[in-house]
Design a protein around this ligand. Structure first.
Ligand SMILES: Nc1ncnc2c1ncn2[C@@H]1O[C@H](COP(=O)(O)OP(=O)(O)OP(=O)(O)O)[C@@H](O)[C@H]1O
Length: 240
């Protein structure tokens, strides 16, 4: 069973075709990058995967659950980190975690244990008592990723999670999330930054709402810089 499977998915904003005939399946326990220039349709796809938008065209299945027919079962298997941060700045890291655990019906010792486990996976345990407001941007992002793991999902979706961060913070997050995939989590990471992608990652190239390629990064670039191949495939333009 694949962790996430998308079949013939389409979506339009009025006359604007944002996604068209999108089909692919993620390999379990892999870091898959969704690589596309601005306007390619990455956020639209994430909105459909998280049911912020609903489409009548095509099918999405998460861990064997059809998202349209069994939304609760399917969504319970997904962890999401949106592009825009959604943290309560005046709560401590641990309180944020436990609050989010409660939203998933997890409380008491179980909430504490899961929070500690998730924070440990992102190297954030020693920050547990700090107010989110006092954290730098990179640590806030790591906290959000930890929070998205609290219900132990099978698939972690991240929509351009390193936007606005400096190089070092970006690298730390990229390293941590690759580590999660190495421990068996299926990761789907939207980006337009090729330096976040490693040769052994899978890549889905999205352009003008269509999938242009889906293969291992090493195979996609065939010895050339990935940036060069990406620009060649997409024309290097934004598509808004
Ligand atoms: N609410 C909307 N109304 C009309 N068109 C929209 C709307 N949202 C997105 N679009 C269009 O749909 C297409 C896909 O946009 P989307 O935001 O999904 O791309 P993206 O790959 O996520 O880009 P970015 O990297 O800038 O977030 C673009 O052409 C965009 O202009």
């Amino acid at each position: 069973m694949t962790a996430l499977e998308i079949n013939d998915l389409g979506y339009s904003f009025g006359a604007k075709r944002a996604l068209d005939g999108v089909s692919f399946a993620l390999r379990p326990g892999k870091f898959t990058a969704l690589l596309g220039p601005n306007g390619a349709g990455k956020s639209t796809l994430f909105s459909l995967l998280t049911r912020l938008f609903v489409s009548r065209e095509g099918r999405i299945s998460v861990a064997g659950h059809d998202l349209a027919r069994e939304p609760r079962a399917a969504l319970s298997k997904i962890g999401v980190v949106f592009q825009q941060p959604t943290l309560d700045l005046d709560m401590s890291v641990m309180r944020n975690m436990r609050y989010f655990a409660a939203l998933h019906g997890i409380s008491g010792r179980e909430a504490q244990a899961r929070s500690e486990r998730a924070l440990a996976q992102l190297g954030m345990v020693e920050r547990a008592g700090e107010k989110v407001r006092d954290l730098n941007g990179g640590h806030r992002r790591r906290m959000e990723i930890a929070r998205a793991l609290i219900h132990e999902p099978e698939v972690l979706l991240l929509d351009e999670p390193t936007v606005g961060l400096d190089f070092k913070s970006r690298q730390a997050i990229v390293d941590h999330v690759h580590g999660l995939a190495e421990r068996g989590l299926t990761v789907f990471w939207a980006t337009h930054l090729v330096d976040e992608i490693r040769d052994y990652d899978d890549v889905v190239v999205l352009h003008r709402g269509r999938v242009l390629a889906h293969r291992a990064a090493a195979k996609l670039r065939e010895g050339r810089p990935l940036a060069e191949v990406f620009i060649e495939m997409t024309g290097g333009e934004e598509t808004r």
